[in-house]
Design a protein around this ligand. Structure first.
Ligand code: ADP
Ligand code: ZN
Length: 624
């Protein structure tokens, strides 16, 4: 075997068809090839898989045998192995979905030394049978490396703790000379320390990448009529795109999916209360078909590595910034522009606060949860760069979006603010008047009616016309008042109580009432001209790939997509395993006429060139 064929950049080019490593990939790969252990922290879409796949190929070519990949994501193994085999890399998976006959066939491949990578579920890895096979391979020098994917599952601090991961320290004890690489997208210091101790990775080199996702545009809009806002967002910016819409409850998932479907958007529901067959079918359709919108609770998403998710929308506020970042991180793994869009309003603040207050957890735990919610609320209310705030939360200093491909909403259109101090004082004193002298407490709707001097049954019933605060806020619209109250609750000057969400003053409200605190709010309800402008601008950005294509190019792109869909169906694989959209777009643009020219396109490796090259050239020449 020539030394050239085990060079990482040659493997990157010939097998995967990529021109250059990204970020720390090259260093990590070299380190593993040189027998080092590594802990890799990289954001979703950063390119973790190549960090172990390329060393696995290089080490196999150097006669070092099999690489073992531990992954908890059984549902994904099939597609990952399919993608490797498509690229000409002999790989297999072992998990509970296989028949005994299949297992035996794969075990034979493993023991023969032919197999390059095997993906194994953690509970299977530590069985006596599996360890016995590893022992035999190890004795023959044919155990080349261990990759532990989703390594945060070993930590009880993380949200995905897996009992079986604790047993993985056996790998170090039993095979101390076999290099190990642990990978995760969960960055916090506590989890990181836990991974190192529990997996006995004290000697591992730690590679920490920036967690910035420069291709994601963060956008948080004021909730008015969230369904309509969502529909407008989809119709104006994401026609035909795949995406995820997160809702808090199962009921809302069902209703939103049905409503979108009725509006002609290919939307499917997904939540843990659904029958498992239907759940699997919806997930498969999301992965395999083009442009499906998945409406889901947070039960959906773990281990979804579909690269072309063009947007993640939140119709409800997530629990904290960690969840928000993980969920939005599922957009744009392929590096092309993607949107993280959220509609956020008064009711979200009220609900999340109440969920914490009413949970049966201990007070110390609740305090932590409240602190995390506050951090998310200040992100939502922020007037400055969302990206800088997000990264700052994870301990990464960063400048505003200037260097990002896809700047956040606040950087794109710096929001106008207004001094809401006086309005806040009016609202708080009105709440005070309600229960002064033993009166009742009321919710936000009634408060706004009284402030705006509206004649309602409730106003009459409680004689609230007589309050000195009746009508003192007629100068502001209902939406503006909702924004003021949302801020007051978010900042903790108002507390929401009981089953009717009644409002109560907190200790800190006093300082506001005395005029000691200034309150600046973002100007709500953009003028229609402004919002039209921002819409057409963002359409120009996200739709650039398709919109800027010439007629011939667009026709080639569509023809290539139809061809790809047929191949994917034939092989029972998602379309992106055959070729990414970005590869098809480049083919359509360049319209190569020779195999050599086609091989230059990013994502076209030697095996795919051989398998599909001629078909593609023929197809392109027909569209010229
Ligand atoms: P992660 O597991 O970190 O979320 P993946 O390994 O799935 O990310 O990679 C994300 C996407 O980026 C994949 O589609 C992969 O093919 C692509 N990719 C990774 N490294 C490179 C590279 N060096 N050049 C081009 N594309 C890459
Ligand atoms: Zn920004």
């Amino acid at each position: 075997m020539s030394s050239d064929s085990i060079s990482p950049s040659a493997i990157l080019r010939d097998v995967f068809g990529y021109g250059a490593f990204r970020g720390a990939q090259a260093e990590i790969v070299e380190h593993l090839i040189a027998d080092g252990d590594a802990l890799v922290l990289m954001p979703t879409g950063g390119g973790k898989s190549l960090c172990y796949q390329i060393p696995a190929i290089a080490r196999h070519r150097a006669g070092k045998g099999l690489a073992v990949v531990v992954s908890p994501l059984i549902a994904l193994m099939h597609d990952q192995v399919g993608a490797l085999e498509e690229a000409g890399v002999h790989a297999a998976f072992l998990n509970s979905t296989l028949t005994l006959k299949d297992v035996q066939r794969i075990e034979r491949e493993m023991m023969s030394g032919r197999l390059i990578l095997v993906y194994v579920a953690p509970e299977r890895l530590t069985t006596p049978r599996m360890l016995g096979q590893f022992d035999a391979l190890h004795a023959r020098g044919l155990l080349s490396l261990f990759a532990i994917d989703e390594a945060h599952c070993v930590s009880q601090w993380g949200h995905d703790f897996r009992e079986d991961y604790l047993a993985l320290d056996v790998l170090h004890e039993r095979y101390p000379d076999v290099p190990r690489i642990a990978l995760t997208a969960t960055a916090d210091a506590l989890t990181r320390a836990d991974i190192v101790t529990r997996l006995k990775l004290t000697d591992a080199r730690v590679f920490i990448s920036s967690f910035d996702r420069p291709n994601i545009r963060y956008r948080i809009v004021e909730k008015m009529d969230s369904r309509r806002q969502l529909l407008a967002f989809l119709r104006e910016e994401h026609v035909g795109d795949a995406g995820i819409v997160y809702c808090l409850s199962r009921k809302k998932v069902e209703e939103t999916a049905a409503w979108l479907a009725a509006e002609g958007i290919p939307a499917l529901p997904y939540h843990a209360g659904m029958e498992s067959g239907a759940r699997r079918e919806h997930q498969d359709r999301f992965l395999r078909d083009d442009g499906v919108v998945m409406v889901a609770t947070i039960a959906f998403g773990m281990g979804i590595d579909k690269p072309d998710v063009r947007f993640v929308a939140h119709l409800d506020l997530p629990k904290n910034i960690e969840s928000y970042y993980q969920e939005t991180g599922r957009a744009g793994r392929d590096g092309l522009p993607a949107d993280a869009w959220m509609a956020y309003g008064l009711a979200d603040v009220v609900n999340q606060r109440r969920m914490i207050d009413e949970s049966p957890a201990e007070e110390t735990f609740k305090r932590v949860q409240r602190g995390k919610l506050d951090a998310l609320l200040s992100l939502a209310e922020a007037h400055d760069c969302r990206r800088a705030r997000l990264l700052g939360y994870f301990g990464e200093a960063s400048a505003p979006c200037v260097a990002a491909q896809n700047v956040c909403d606040n950087c794109l259109h710096p929001p106008q603010t207004w001094d809401a101090t006086e309005a806040a004082r009016k609202a708080l004193s009105c709440v005070y008047r309600f229960y002064q002298g033993g009166g009742q407490r009321f919710g936000a709707m009634h408060l706004i009616d009284v402030l705006r001097g509206k004649d309602t049954d409730k106003v009459t019933q409680y004689g609230h016309r007589r309050l000195s605060t009746f009508g003192i806020g007629a100068d502001l619209s209902e939406a503006q008042w909702r924004a003021v109250l949302r801020q007051l609750i978010a900042l903790g000057h108002l507390r929401v109580e009981g089953e009717f969400n009644t409002l109560e003053l907190t200790e800190s409200a006093r300082a506001v009432l005395r005029g000691e605190v200034q309150l600046f709010l973002r100007q709500s309800a953009k003028s229609s001209r402004e919002s039209r402008k921002s819409r057409s601008e963002s359409r120009g950005k996200t739709g650039r790939a398709r919109a800027s294509m010439s007629g011939g190019e667009a026709a080639r792109f569509e023809a290539l997509k139809i061809w790809r869909a047929a191949i994917a169906r034939e092989r029972n694989l998602p379309v992106y395993v055959v070729f990414h959209d970005s590869a098809l777009a480049e083919m359509a643009r360049e319209a190569p006429e020779t195999l050599a020219a086609l091989a230059q396109i990013s994502g076209v490796g030697a095996k795919k060139l051989e398998a599909y090259g001629r078909d593609i050239l023929r197809l392109l020449s027909g569209e010229r």
